[in-house]
Design a protein around this ligand. Structure first.
Ligand code: ZN
Length: 405
């Protein structure tokens, strides 16, 4: 998150966002985390305190020498809304700047309906209306697909059946709130960088398993998006030549070998679960020692390990984070995955840590909300005008709230 500090507004917004997302920091912490000079930090803190946006929390005793005063944002009413869009439901959360979830709901939604755009706007409007009567910073939207031009949020998603859906621009106009749309695995990687294991690392991979197989690639502290937002779509990397047909039309994609549909198809074919059976039944069969069930997981896991090994060799990350609803059954993936991973990378990198995250249902939506909190750090300006609007709200919304209280 290094920056030169050339743009005063961006510096102010980044300092506010860092204080909010970290839950409090000293002037020295701010200078270090944001790559700013101590003089610039002192001067900006003075201004922000005079405007009532930043306040002193308590004396930090952790650092040796002169104790640094711990600073925080003056208002905790700086909230974001995150939503994860799936083909048959949406998950919505409201979060504070530090990533804590204030409330969460899951609602039915039909992505194939001709009115899907207005349906989605209606659900979000109702969710915001049910909350506290305070302005929100912005809405983050995570979708399973590629998001071209994050500033306007145009979505292509095979899983949702959307082609060039103008989701971001429409929602921002209808709801009059900044809207940031991003691939949901990239959003999860942003959340990891702000609040999770990625806090300690500038270079890491987030691999997700579940209905699809995906990756978020973070290099030098930034999510790699590619030319059209499709970087990290590893689900369609060929893992087995002449393998099973994938939804994308190719054969042997890793998603067609290790995605939920593939696992269920095999389990039904082998009689491990009945026709119409579900993932939970496959997992129970494996838990109780059914060798066919275990073999189904083992093959998927070793193919995934091979693919991730190639990525590790290519990207040279410090750590690999595994997430997604598929991790509920990780105990059956773990050993064959690790074996294939370590066997597929050179000796110098073989000790790379693999962190498996506890999976909560609302994690995707929380990741989408993190897009909003991360915007002030977005030096590259990925979210364009929407990012600028979030920064403006960060600096005026809190003072308005402060003045009202
Ligand atoms: Zn494919």
């Amino acid at each position: 998150m290094n920056r030169s500090g050339g743009d005063a507004d961006v510096t102010r917004a980044a300092m506010l966002a860092h204080l909010g997302t970290s839950g409090g920091a000293s002037r020295a912490d701010l200078a270090r985390a944001l790559g700013l000079s101590p003089a610039l930090v002192s001067q900006t803190v003075k201004q922000l305190m005079a405007e009532g946006l930043v306040r002193e929390l308590e004396t930090s005793t952790s650092s040796g020498g002169r104790p640094g005063r711990l600073l925080g944002v003056a208002s905790t009413a700086l909230r974001s809304v995150g939503l994860k869009v799936s083909h048959d439901h949406v998950a919505l959360v409201e979060t504070e700047l530090d990533g804590s979830v204030v409330r969460a709901v899951t609602l039915r939604f039909d992505a194939a309906s001709v009115t899907f755009l207005s349906d989605l706007v209606g659900l979000v409007r109702a969710f915001i209306g049910d909350g506290r009567d305070e302005p929100i910073l912005g809405i983050g939207v995570g979708v399973p697909g590629a998001v071209d031009a994050t500033g306007t949020g145009v979505v292509d998603s095979g899983m949702l059946g959307w082609r060039q859906a103008p989701l971001g621009a429409l929602m921002a106009r209808e709801l009059d709130v900044p809207v940031l749309v991003e691939n949901n695995v990239n959003a999860l990687a942003v959340a990891e960088r702000l609040y999770g294991a990625g806090r300690e690392h500038e270079n890491f991979l987030v691999i997700t398993i579940g209905e699809g197989v995906g990756a978020g690639v973070v290099v030098g502290g930034e999510v790699v998006r590619g030319s059209r937002g499709g970087a990290g779509e590893i689900g369609h990397i060929t893992a087995l030549s002449d393998g099973p047909l994938c939804t994308c039309g190719k054969r042997g994609c890793i998603e067609a070998l290790a995605g939920e549909k593939a696992l269920l198809g095999k389990a039904r074919g082998a009689g491990v679960v009945p026709a119409g059976g579900e993932m939970a039944q496959l997992q129970r069969a494996a838990d109780s020692g059914n060798p066919n069930a275990r073999a189904i997981y083992a093959l998927a896991a070793s193919k995934l390990g091979e693919v991730v090994a190639s990525l590790v060799q290519f990207i040279d990350p410090e750590v690999v984070i595994i997430s997604g609803e598929g991790t509920k059954a990780w105990t059956h993936w773990s050993i064959p995955f690790e074996q294939a991973l370590r066997a597929g990378i050179t000796v110098d990198r073989r000790a790379i840590p693999v962190i498996v995250e506890d999976w909560e249902d609302e994690a995707w939506a929380r990741g989408a909300a993190a897009l909003v909190a991360s915007t002030p750090f977005d030096v590259a300006g990925t979210f364009g005008e929407q990012g600028r609007r979030v920064r403006a709200r960060l600096m005026t919304g809190s003072s308005a709230t402060e003045a009202a209280s």
